[in-house]
Design a protein around this ligand. Sequence first.
Ligand SMILES: *Cc1c(COP(=O)(O)O)cnc(C)c1O
Length: 402
Amino acid sequence: MLNLDFHPSGRHFLQIPGPSPVPDRILRAMSLPTIDHRGPEFGALGLTLLDKIKKVFKTENPVIIYPASGTGAWEAALSNALSPGDRVLMFETGHFATLWQKMALRLGLEPEFIGLPGYDGWRQGVQADMIETRLREDHDQRIKAVCVVHNETSTGVTSDIAAVRRAIDAASHPALLLVDTISGLACADYRHDEWGVDVTISGSQKGLMLPPGISFNALSDKAIEASRHSTMPKSFWAWDEILEANQNGYWPYTPSTNLLYGLNEALDMLLEEGLDHVLARHERWAAGVRRAVEAWGLEIQCQDPAVYSPVLTGVVVPEGVDADEVRKLIYERFDLSLGTGLGKAKGKMFRIGHLGDCNDLTLIATLGGCEAGMELAGVPLAGSGVTAALDYFAHHPLHDYR
Ligand SMILES: *Cc1c(COP(=O)(O)O)cnc(C)c1O
């Protein structure tokens, strides 16, 4: 039905925490003709990409690229590194941690899902001390892997992965460390090698600014060694054949050629700008958006300032308000998409994405849509978040963040 109040002219504001807006430069790169994925031109592209992608993960080790969404790369990590019946220690930080745990169950693993009691775990980061305590009790070392989500996209919490590494080491436990940074990569600080991560899982449509459709496993020597003994059935996901073909810049099957053009462009953009600069931009945007939420007099979903996410901010609506009704109104009136509350957070909050290809004024417009929408929905606001964020951006230039 024609809605005459809806004027979808100009650009849609895609401010969900992934997929994020795709820059024109990437769209143009992807519009080039598809080439022969077994030809010489492709091999050269493959080698370049496989080298450049390592810089973003901060690793010297191989990074596998799958023609799949992030969920595929989750499955790849579990099915290459582990065997049916293996116990894995997973930490409940939110909806994505919960989905990964469900996948582990479906794959025949024995996930042990620990976390803070009640809803608290959905407002805090991974508690490394709880992981250490559990690993110390595991005298016969039945736990084969610790699995954590770095940037929990359902809540806006970025956990301290170095602390999880220290916890595993302090317990002198040989478990592998598997980390999901599907939404954290290229927005939040991430160091695969330095933090001793065995498998890092990421995806294309969040910080990397690409459309959905490709995903990653960054490996370690220990993970590759573990995969040699893994008895989990797998074929499409198997690291060995991909690593072999990747030696010459190819894949065992047809890769997502045009998404790889886009990836090449995205990596050039990120590396030309400098990763430190990219991370600083995200920290600053997140700080500005939090000023807005504070000015509205609303709560931020993340309750621990040490783990505020630079990628997105969860905004808790007052009791009695359905956050999804507010989101719907904002979408219909202002052509602005915000993230829904997922799982246990459904209806209680909405999520503002501030990742990838944003700038101060796209975020001010986003906050403007939120503010007007909440007012129209009758949500009592203490003050103007738009004014607070604009003031913050005006007086906190990016170089303060370097
Ligand atoms: C988006 C996301 C996923 C799922 O990735 P898909 O590309 O939707 O399959 C998993 N974990 C986190 C933290 C995510 O943000």
